[in-house]
Design a binder for this molecule. Structure first.
Ligand SMILES: [Zn+2]
Length: 518
């Protein structure tokens, strides 16, 4: 069995820098690629690196065998829980099931090759499926959906903890080889933006391709910029910045969606259970994957670009209004499947702001850029004049902000400016006579007008800047005390993945190829 000690030690080291004693063990071996600023006593953050596996024919065969066995174990564990409940109203716990593993391995020696921790991981998936089920039952919205038996073709994969795997990246911290116990050394492509201690490795099969999703504990760093920027979501543009920069909606996705609708029709025409249908379904899965990758790439790129320019970021707190207003006007050609396409467009466009905001949050935290989320109800960015502060309702169709004070601006830019001003107000007006520790948000007083800032005290969510990072110019005047009051936002993001990019949040998305198909 492989152990992962060398994978752990190879990643973290700062070339040319003295190794701090508490990290000496970890950075003992070769200095590689990325640097990690280890002098600060900060908690590690978790990031995910996704590698594409290029397995040989023999390795592929072995991976498929493993996938089938893990799926079999999953289904068996599910069946045991179901039967025990039906027959005796007995609940079987995760603990009970892992306790049976030694016996199961005696009866089924073919499971031994999978590794004890990986087997436990699959039982854990059953447990999580149950927990999610009970959560849905308690929530009581609609059908709770009992955990289902899985077909091995749709089974997402399995997870290793410390042992059974080792990723050895190249000198530059990318690609290299992934060694899996009883499979061999597999060529991989991809990498992490910031390397670190490798914690877990999840092998995933998606649309016929194999991936490894590796969780790393690291200190991700990035550079911020020098501008204070407001940002607004829109219909015409994906986002508008307070300086007038617009970021277009990626129209690419719409084209892909048409292809997707066509591919789904092909599936519908094939006989159930036939080879041709399986082939058509694979095409649908591949398209889904492409769309997902493109969208993730777009969101990662845009959020990185925005953070790279910013010393302060201000945006609206997400509200349902933002989630429901985007689909209109994106379906250009009327005809077949308009409703379906509209639904898909909506799904894609609507999840984008939430995902984008999550990416923005953790990237801003990495760069030490404060991100202020302005409460839409108290500040009303789309109805307030950024110049004079007068509040006047606008219809959604009014694309230009015209005010009696003579200001004329694109609507979205005006909203972005209002957000920015509200954020700046929160920081700049910290009362100098106040005791240290009084927060920026609480100390904020409306400056230009009450109308503009509303009750500023409740209007903001301040996201943490990590200790030790340099405050932006706009904040330095207010002293360091703002820092203590900002709320931690960590690196929590969605499980969204970009191939080769850096990723957030630990547990892998459970069902990877379930969307679409039939
Ligand atoms: Zn005005």
């Amino acid at each position: 069995m492989l152990t992962n000690t060398s994978a752990t030690s190879q990643a973290v080291a700062r070339p040319g820098a003295a190794t701090p004693p508490h990290r000496a063990k970890r950075s003992a071996s070769a200095a590689r690629g990325q640097q990690i600023h280890s002098s600060r006593a900060e908690p590690f953050e978790r990031r995910r690196a996704t590698l594409r596996l290029y397995a040989s024919a023999t390795q592929e065969k072995q991976l498929l065998t493993f996938l089938r066995l893990h799926c079999e174990l999953y289904n068996a564990a599910l069946e045991e829980r179901r039967d025990a409940w039906r027959a005796e109203r007995k609940t079987i716990s995760h603990y009970d099931q892992t306790g049976q593993l030694p016996l199961i391995k005696k009866l089924r020696p073919d499971l031994v090759a999978l590794g004890a921790q990986a087997l436990e991981g699959t039982l854990k998936r059953v447990d999580l499926a149950y927990q999610a089920f009970f959560r849905r039952v308690r929530a009581g919205h609609g059908p709770a959906g009992f955990p289902r038996f899985r077909a091995w073709r749709d089974f997402p994969g399995w997870t290793y903890r410390q042992s059974g795997w080792r990723w050895t990246p190249r000198e530059d911290g990318k690609h290299g080889r992934l060694e899996l116990a009883n499979v061999g050394s597999i060529r991989v492509r991809g990498g992490a933006r910031t390397l670190g201690r490798m914690k877990t490795c999840t092998i995933l099969r998606r649309a016929g391709k194999w991936y490894a999703s590796i969780v790393l504990e690291c200190h991700p760093q990035r550079r911020g910029g020098s501008e204070a920027l407001g940002l607004d979501w829109g219909v015409a543009h994906f986002a508008t910045l307070s300086d007038g920069t617009t970021i277009d909606n990626p129209r690419l996705l719409e084209r892909d969606l048409e292809k997707l609708a066509a591919a789904q029709q092909i599936v519908a025409r094939k006989k159930k259970g036939s080879r041709r249908r399986a082939k058509a379904k694979l095409a649908v899965h591949r398209l889904h994957e492409k769309i997902r990758n493109r969208r993730a790439h777009f969101l990662h790129q845009v959020s990185a670009d925005v953070v790279a320019r910013a010393s302060l970021l201000a945006t609206e707190k997400l509200a349902t209004r933002n989630m429901t207003r985007s689909a209109a006007g994106t379906v250009e050609e009327p005809g077949s499947d308009v409703a379906q396409k509209a639904g898909l467009n909506r799904a894609i466009l609507d999840t984008a702001p939430a995902t984008f905001l999550a990416l923005l949050r953790y990237k801003a935290a990495e760069a030490g850029v404060p991100l202020v989320e302005v409460d839409t109800k108290t500040v009303k960015p789309s109805q307030t004049c950024p110049a004079c502060g007068v509040v006047a309702k606008k219809k959604l169709s009014e694309r230009v902000h015209r005010c009696s004070c003579g200001v004329e601006l694109p609507r979205d830019q005006a909203a972005a400016l209002v957000c920015l001003q509200a954020a700046l107000t929160a920081f700049d007006l910290t009362d100098k006579t106040q005791a240290p520790g009084e927060g920026a948000a609480r100390a904020a007083r409306p400056s230009r007008s009450r109308a503009q800032c509303g009750t500023a005290s409740r209007a903001f969510t301040l996201h943490a800047r990590r200790a030790g990072t340099r405050p932006p110019a706009s904040l330095r005047s207010a002293g360091g005390r703002n820092r203590s009051e900002t709320t931690a936002c960590g690196g929590q993001g969605p499980g969204e993945e970009v191939f080769g990019g850096e990723i957030v949040d630990s547990p892998p998305p459970p069902a990877c190829v379930s969307a679409g198909g039939d």
